[in-house]
Design a protein around this ligand. Sequence first.
Ligand code: MLT
Length: 419
Amino acid sequence: LRYEGGAHTLPLLTGTEGDEAFETKTLLSATGKVTLDPGFANTAACQSKITYIDGEAGILRYRGYPIEELAAHSSFLEVSYLVIHGELPDSGQLKEFSEQLRANAALPAEMRAMLDAFPRDAHPMTLLASAVNTMAAFYADTVDPKDSEQVDRATILLLAKLPTIAAHIYRNSVGQPPLEPDDSLGYVEDFLRMTFGGLSGESELDALFVRAMDLLLILHADHEQNCSTATVRVVGSSQASLYGSVSAGVNALFGPLHGGANQAVLEMLEEIRDLGGDVDSYLAKVKDKESKTRLMGFGHRVYKNYDPRSKEIKGLAAQILDRQAEPDELFELALRLEAKALADPYFTDRKLYPNVDFYSGVIYRAMGFPTSMFTVLFALGRLPGWIAHWREQRLDPAARIARPRQLYTGHAKRSYSGS
Ligand code: MLT
């Protein structure tokens, strides 16, 4: 590496992540230390009180509460309030919160028309990011990051409308007319009725479906400074609006290496199934670097142990799928794939364990969602986390506009005249 500034690079840390060796270098330059840390693998860009992860022990806590306890005892509505406001709501706060969301869940006709104008085969995540960004056009009075009342109103509007936007997108994709939110139902029930209601003729929502969706949303509610949340913080650090910042987060989540991984896991399981279900030969291909075959849904930047969310989702999948007349072939395949991988030192030595995406797609598929909606469901869950981080940064006196440095490795100075 060369840096025009009379600086020197010092190898500070070397190591491996998966199979890629990485080297963090610190550059001693005129403007102080600049550390090269690709993908911010070892760089904390902020301090936060929202979520704690211990990747070695496989621990995840929202505002200090273990994810296992929240999964067992709370609702997504309560967890959304907790993640955003820092405390579990009392009954009065929960009632008011629920009423605010219910009262703001409908979409402006122009936003519906905008969603209807997209090509029918456009990916739902593209429409979701567009709709979130366009909220500023409809609710311009709620975008000033310095105005707490506007921030609280934008928080409610975004939480209230994202499920309706997602349901509208889904029903368009399956050729069903949109349904309005129903005042009588709860947050998650309403979303499921708007997506499924009238589709399969089921008027009574299946209680296990409702609980499964509630739990899936809880498990996705936040995950510290992951790619999409860091994107929300970076965009928000310029004092961009909550809508514009979250829209950027939706786009980051769409990437196959991030939220798109749950869709990629299901496609991987379908590929193995179509090749006769031979798990051993698939894992052999994964171990053959030349094949560039990935074991999707395994491994994690932070967890070097079993992702605690994956345990919860695996148990939920068993409950949902046990009711089916026939065993779910992809779930059976996923169980076999996990068992084989966790018995193979190649994977355990590299600390490659199932993450949140490994089983979630199997459940979403069993609930009737197309793979194109899997990452939308991830975004619905992650919304409280994105909002909480954007709000936290706004009030952080130490927060500055994000401006990562670079190490220049291009041409030395040269003359246009060629002399
Ligand atoms: C997430 O929940 O965002 C994913 O596990 C990715 C991450 O945390 O880096």
